[in-house]
Design a protein around this ligand. Structure first.
Ligand SMILES: NC(=O)c1ccc[n+]([C@@H]2O[C@H](COP(=O)([O-])OP(=O)(O)OC[C@H]3O[C@@H](n4cnc5c(N)ncnc54)[C@H](OP(=O)(O)O)[C@@H]3O)[C@@H](O)[C@H]2O)c1
Length: 342
C-alpha cells in the first residue's frame, strides 16, 4: 500500500438516528489517503447523490426491518451513495485515464479507491451531473421494462416533484402520455411542476383527499400510475383506474418518511375488485433488475428529441453540507435529486 501526503475526508455515522437525522449523527473523519499500489482506481469525487433511503439505513430501526434491500449502516461506517469523480490514477493497462469521469457507488467522501469493475466510464466531458446521479434512468427503466406507456395515456405520478417523479413525468410525455397529474405535499412546488416539468395538474397531499382531487382531474380514470408513495395515494389510484390500466410500484415514501419512524412496512387497503374487473396490472419493480437501462438512458440523452429534458436537482456545496442535504431530501425542501458538489 502506498500512502500519499494528501488526506481523505469522509463522513461517518457517529450515532444511530431516530426520526429525522441530525448533524450530530455524523462525523467528518480525516484519514490518510492510501492507494492499493496498482490494482484499484483512485478517484477524486466531484458530486455525490444524497438519497432518502439513507434515513432508514442509519436509523435505530434499521437492524430490525425485514426485507430491507440495503444493509444497515453501522456506527463508524463511512456513508455511501452514487458518485461522479475524476480518475487520478488507474491500474497499468487500464482503459481509464487521469481526468476521465467515472460513476461509482462511493460518495460521502472526497477521494475513493474503487475496483475498476465497479466504475462506469462516463467520458472526458459529461452532461449535467443529475443525468447520472438522478433517477431518470430509474423512471426510464420503470416505464420501459416495468410497464409500457401507450399513446394518449392519462398518467398519475405520486411524489411528482421528487428524484424519480420529476423525471417520470417528462419521460412518460416523451413516450406518448397525453395528460399527466403529479402529487406533492409542498404548495410552493406546484407552479414549478406545471411550468418546468409540464404536469397538466397537481394534487396536493394534505388539501382534501387524494381520491377527490384525482377524480376532479381525471374524471374518466387513469391508465398509468407511477407510485413512489403508497398509502392513500395507491388506494386512490387503484379506485380510479381505467380498463387495462398499468400500475408500477417503485417506493413507499408514506412509510419511509413517516414522521416518527422510518419503516419498510407499508400496508394499504385497496379495492381488489376494481383490479379484477378492469384487468389492471399492478407490478412492484426495481430498476436494479435492469442495470443495462442506465447506459440506454444516457445514450438517449444524445438524441435530439430527448435533448430538452430538464434535470431537476437541488445542489449543496461542500462535504460538510451533506447532513443538511439529507434533511432537505427527507423534509420536502428539495426538488428533484439532491446532490452534493465537492
Ligand atoms: N424501485 C426502484 O427502482 C427505486 C429506485 C430508487 C429509489 N426507490 C424508492 O423510491 C422512493 C422515492 O425515491 P426518490 O428518491 O424519488 O424520493 P423523492 O420523491 O425525491 O422523496 C422526497 C420527497 O418526498 C416527499 N415527501 C416527504 N414526506 C412525505 C410523506 N410523508 N409522504 C409522501 N411524500 C413525502 C417530499 O416531496 P413533496 O414536498 O413534493 O411532497 C420530498 O421532497 C423511495 O422509497 C426509494 O427507496 C425505488
Amino acid at each position: 500500500m502506498l500512502f500519499e501526503k494528501r488526506k481523505n475526508r469522509e463522513i461517518c455515522l457517529s450515532k444511530r438516528s431516530t426520526g429525522m437525522p441530525q448533524p450530530d449523527n455524523f462525523q467528518i473523519v480525516e484519514t490518510p489517503l492510501c492507494t492499493n499500489g496498482n490494482s484499484d482506481v483512485l478517484i477524486r469525487n466531484r458530486w455525490f447523490r444524497v438519497s432518502i433511503s439513507t434515513r432508514l439505513m442509519m436509523s435505530e430501526e434499521a437492524e430490525t426491518v425485514e426485507g430491507i434491500p440495503f444493509p444497515p449502516i453501522a456506527i463508524g461506517d463511512t456513508l455511501a451513495d452514487a458518485a461522479i469523480g475524476q480518475v487520478i490514477s488507474a491500474p497499468t493497462n487500464s482503459y481509464l485515464k487521469p481526468g476521465d469521469y467515472v460513476f461509482h457507488p462511493y460518495g460521502w467522501r472526497e477521494f475513493a479507491m474503487v475496483k475498476q469493475e465497479n466504475c462506469i466510464f462516463l467520458g472526458t466531458h459529461i452532461h449535467h451531473p443529475a443525468a447520472y446521479l438522478g433517477h431518470g434512468w430509474t423512471a426510464y427503466a420503470a416505464l420501459s421494462k416495468g410497464i409500457q406507456v401507450h399513446s394518449g395515456d392519462v398518467v398519475f405520478i405520486s411524489s411528482g416533484a421528487g428524484a424519480i417523479g420529476s423525471m417520470a413525468a417528462q419521460i412518460a410525455r416523451k413516450m406518448g402520455a397525453k395528460y399527466i397529474i403529479g402529487s406533492t405535499g409542498s404548495l410552493n412546488k406546484v407552479e414549478w411542476m406545471k411550468q418546468t416539468l409540464k404536469y397538466d395538474q397537481v394534487i396536493i397531499r394534505g388539501e382534501g383527499t387524494i381520491s377527490e382531487q384525482l377524480h376532479r382531474y381525471a374524471p374518466d380514470g387513469i391508465d398509468i400510475f407511477v407510485d413512489i408513495v403508497g398509502g392513500e395515494q395507491l388506494a386512490a389510484a387503484v379506485s380510479h383506474t381505467r380498463e387495462g390500466a398499468r400500475l408500477v410500484l417503485l417506493g413507499a415514501l408514506s412509510a419511509e418518511l413517516a414522521d416518527k419512524e422510518s419503516t419498510k412496512f407499508a400496508p394499504v387497503e385497496i379495492d381488489s375488485f376494481s383490479l379484477i374487473v378492469k384487468g389492471v396490472t399492478m407490478r412492484g419493480y426495481s430498476a436494479d433488475n435492469n442495470p443495462e437501462m442506465f447506459s440506454e438512458w444516457i445514450a438517449r440523452l444524445d438524441e435530439p428529441e430527448w435533448a430538452e429534458i430538464t434535470f431537476s436537482s437541488t445542489l449543496f456545496k461542500g462535504l460538510e453540507s451533506a447532513p443538511l442535504a439529507l434533511q432537505a431530501a427527507c423534509s420536502g425542501k428539495a426538488r428533484g435529486v439532491v446532490i452534493v458538489e465537492i
